[in-house]
Design a protein around this ligand. Structure first.
Ligand code: SF4
Length: 317
């Protein structure tokens, strides 16, 4: 499958069937904490990056074969999903194909656009991110496309939320020394109060970030968080559970997941282990792919993660 992945375990959504209508690292942000690597296509142009009919054909197949295996259909992936021009048509088709709720995970940057609002309005759950309380931090953390403005971001999120009948959960990514001080958190809280979401999720970079100097905040930040945010869900826990795979082709399935995010080594072993494909065989396959420079291992938070070797991927394109 090229545009569909999972069902995958998700911290917030249980089991989620992912739909990814955007090419790898096509985004209007270049977040310092991005787990997908460097934004290689830095753009704010909304267009159909892949043929709509091809994405819909895969959706039909995946939803049919997994109907009882997931809790949400989630538009997310390897770039910013609202950059797909006909996102509304994809959501409408997903609603025709399944009764399961539809979720869109977005950086929220385009919610000031009427067409993006229209598309997301028909979903059940929208999860935008907001990591900064002012323009200066917004530029430092999200490194947005020059055509994006912090003021429009906040106004766009606010006006969408006001009219949206589904659930609206804001996620804040905290980075040590960047936005975890009391002063920065108060500014973020002020913006969040203005938006009035249904839920606030505080997160920290649990997977290897694009900028190596990005670190998770110290534990004492928790007391400041408790003081400032009355109600939040700390979701700083790695996902548990197996990823779903579509075939016994280890390489193909692994690369397909790694295109969306890095995986812990123990998660890979749990997902792919079978009677005739044990841990040693999986580790040997990982080493082989590493030698071919298709993937690489990273030590992060004392755990081994595997991710795509983007240099190799780019030279293949
Ligand atoms: S974290 Fe999301 S919004 Fe930020 S650069 Fe990566 S894909 Fe884009």
């Amino acid at each position: 499958m090229k545009y569909i992945y999972g069902p995958v375990p998700s911290r917030r959504l249980g089991k989620s069937l992912g739909i990814d209508p955007i090419p790898s690292k096509t985004c209007n942000y270049q977040c310092i904490y991005c787990q997908l690597g460097k934004t290689t296509n830095f753009t704010n142009i909304r267009k159909n990056y892949f043929p709509k009919k091809d994405i819909i054909a895969e959706m039909e197949k995946a939803i049919k074969s997994n109907e009882n295996e997931f809790d949400y259909i989630t538009f997310v992936g390897s770039g910013e999903p609202t950059l797909y021009k006909d996102l509304k048509d994809l959501i409408l088709r997903a609603k025709e194909l399944s009764k399961k709720p539809i979720c869109v995970i977005t950086n929220g940057s385009l919610l000031y656009e009427k067409k993006v609002q229209d598309a997301l309005m028909i979903s059940d759950l929208v999860l935008p991110s907001l990591d900064a309380g002012d323009k200066k931090s917004f530029i430092k953390i999200n490194r947005p496309h020059p055509s994006l403005r912090f003021k429009s971001l906040i106004q766009g999120i606010k006006s969408f939320k006001k009219n949206f009948e589904g659930q609206f959960w804001i996620e804040v990514m905290l980075i040590k020394g960047i936005n975890d001080s009391k002063e920065e958190l108060l500014k973020i809280k002020e913006k969040i109060d203005f938006i009035n979401p249904d839920r606030i999720d505080i997160n920290v970079p649990i997977r290897p970030p694009v900028e190596k100097w990005v670190k998770i905040p110290d534990k004492n930040t928790l007391s400041i968080l408790n003081e400032i945010f009355d109600d939040y869900s700390n979701i700083n826990f790695p996902e548990e559970g197996k990823f779903s795979i579509y075939s016994s082709n280890f390489e193909e399935e692994l690369i397909s997941i790694l295109e969306r995010h890095p995986m812990r080594q123990d998660q890979i072993i749990e997902t792919f282990s079978s009677a005739d494909f044990n841990k040693n065989k999986i580790l040997s396959q990982l080493r082989k792919l590493k030698l071919q420079k298709r993937i690489k291992d990273i030590n992060y938070l004392n755990q081994i993660f595997w991710k795509l070797n983007m240099n190799k991927k780019l030279s293949n394109n």
